[in-house]
Design a binder for this molecule. Structure first.
Ligand code: HEC
Length: 100
């Protein structure tokens, strides 16, 4: 299944691919390890406030995935798509609740 999804992505279909075959626990661990400190410094101590604030930037699933990718690239993490998907799925389940 993942293979098919990847092919679709390479074909330029922009679709959120994190609906199935994601590892939310892995996403959570990756997120808390790499992403919290900087967000925390931006928001009075609660790193997750960025995701729940009223004027949050991300408003759909595709944007969420893009933002995760952008932030991970800033960190030079060189994550695979699977890791980006895991983290996106974790953030969606926990905070954003977009429909796939
Ligand atoms: C060096 C600092 C820094 C690090 C590290 C960082 N981010 Fe961010 N993140 C930001 C900034 C700055 C914003 C944008 C805030 C804004 O536009 O108001 C942001 C915004 C976001 C948003 C959008 C929040 C919204 O408004 O809906 C997501 C999602 C996000 N980051 C995910 C991640 C993930 C995942 C990681 C770890 C791979 C990460 N970030 C690591 C600085 C960082």
């Amino acid at each position: 299944m993942r293979h098919i999804v990847l092919c679709l992505m390479l074909g330029g279909v922009v679709a959120p691919v994190w609906a199935d075959e994601v590892d939310i626990e892995n996403g959570k661990n990756l997120h808390n390890t790499h992403c919290n400190a900087c967000h925390q410094s931006m928001s009075e101590g609660d790193p997750n406030q960025l995701y729940t604030r009223e004027n949050r930037r991300v408003t759909n699933a595709g944007q969420l995935q893009n933002q995760v990718q952008r932030c991970s690239l800033n960190l030079r993490l060189e994550w695979f798509d699977t890791e980006i998907n895991d983290v996106s799925a974790y953030l969606n389940q926990q905070f954003y609740h977009f429909k796939p």
